[in-house]
Every structure is written in C-alpha cells, then in structure tokens.
Design a protein around this ligand. Structure first.
Ligand SMILES: [Fe+2]
Length: 254
C-alpha cells in the first residue's frame, strides 16, 4: 500500500483458497490488504482441522461467526479476540458449523509452516521464549472499560484493553457527540468497525459496520467523527503501543 490510508469493504473482495506451497487443505479467504500488515477474512469449513503449524509473524484473530477451536486453549466465538505470537505452534480448527473471522498478520505474509516439515529457527525460538505467553485471548464483553489516558489532557473515550503487550489491541466506543480533532498515530493502525459508523476526515468515505481502515504511521487526519448512533471499533497498533498525537501540539513527521 503506497497510499496513506485504505478503506476496505470486505464484501467487495473475492474468496479464494489460502495458499499452501505444500498443497495441504487450507480454508477460504478474501485477501483484504498486503504489505506491512496482512488482513484476511477467513472461512473454515465445518470440522476443519489444521495440524500443528507456526507463522513467522504475530497474528490476531477477531471472531465473527461460528466456533473456532485451538488445542489446549478451547473454543472461540464472536466477541473473542485471540493472538498467537510469531513462532508459536498451534493446532486449530472449526466447530460443526464452521467459522468465520478476520485474520491479521503483523509484519508480513504468514505462510503455513507445518511443524512436521519446518523446524522453528533458533532465533525465533529464542525470541518467543522471552515474550511471555505464546498465545492469548480475551472476550471483549467481559472486559471493563477504562479511560484512555491522553498525556495532553484532551477528552478521550473509554477503551477496553484487549492486549497491552505485543500485539497491541483495544476496543473503543465513541459516543455520537464525541469528535477527535486532527491527529496521527506513531504506528500503522488498523480499525475494524464492529458497530455504527465513523468518518475519519473529509478525504475518506464514511466507514460502516464491517468496514476496515488501515492508516500509515505519521499520517495526520481528522476529524474522527462517529455516526448518529456512535461507533464501536477494534483498533490494532502494528509495532508498538497505541500512541496518539494531536497534530496541533505535535506536528506529524511527514
Ligand atoms: Fe485515529
């Protein structure tokens, strides 16, 4: 992506099989963006199982429909968010009705590294061992809202911290009358509109429920303005904690 932002409406993308160079059964995906971050919408057939494998980058899953299973972790449903750190091996599958989710890879493409074919390289093994739990998850409905702390004391909106290490994932709800003036983020930022609508500035279309926005680090935009019923979105900060800079206080680097 060479543009500063991308508006993604998944329904406009075609379904295809997730590529596996080894020809093993994979699942249907629509590829929504590639580059520093990859986003797919994935649909697993009923009772699909992917044998033990790992990926070279951190992944995040936002569950949309059905039941997803991961050995040793349990089942995941809409409302759950799960992450797997680079190099962690997992066995995953779908329940009896299949499942659908957003799959996000932070840093690059994620080939299927089957454990019976590809040994985890020592440097990745080493790094993973220093990163705490190799996998994690949260149910958004069970998280408490807290105030997003703005060092400049400007009004913000409550957030739910889904993951506050690497990866960094939050859910935010904007009341209909809240407006965030021009600002920029220190890292590439991914927005998944889960409910309501949002405007991100005059240059961009209105983002509706189900839409995704990717914006590059350092690009100033605004105002962020929710629709008449507010907006709820999941935000992923790719590469570091969510870092919000007001453009009139801290001019953007570009
Ligand atoms: Fe923003």
């Amino acid at each position: 992506m060479t543009e500063k932002w991308k508006h993604i409406r998944p329904s406009e993308y075609d379904w295809d099989y997730f590529k596996d160079v080894n020809g093993r059964e994979t699942s249907m995906v629509r590829t929504l963006i590639t580059g520093d971050e990859y986003i797919w919408e994935a649909s697993l057939r009923p009772n699909y199982v992917a044998e033990s494998h790992w990926h070279p980058y951190d992944i995040v899953q936002i569950f949309l429909e059905g039941e997803f299973t991961a050995e040793g972790e349990g089942s995941f449903y809409p409302g759950d968010v799960r992450w797997v750190k680079a190099g962690a091996s997992t066995i995953e599958g779908a329940g009896k009705d299949g499942c659908r989710f957003y799959l996000i890879a932070l840093g690059g493409d994620i080939p299927l590294m089957w454990d019976d074919i590809y040994e985890l390289p020592d440097d990745l093994k080493d790094e993973l061992s220093k990163r705490g739990n190799p996998v994690g998850s949260a149910n958004i409905n069970k998280l408490e809202s807290e105030l997003f702390h703005d060092p400049n004391g400007r009004p913000t909106q409550p957030v739910k911290i889904i993951c506050d290490e690497s990866p960094w994932v939050i859910e935010t709800t904007f009341e209909p009358d809240y407006i965030a003036t021009d600002h920029w983020h220190a890292h590439n930022t991914l927005y998944f509109i889960m409910d309501g609508e949002m405007q991100f500035g005059e240059n961009e279309p209105v983002y509706k429920k189900g839409d995704i926005r990717v914006v590059k680090a350092g690009y100033s935009y605004g105002p962020e303005k929710p629709g008449k019923d507010g907006v709820k979105f999941i935000l992923i900060s790719n590469g570091g904690p969510v870092d919000l800079n007001w453009s009139d206080i801290t001019p953007p680097p570009q």
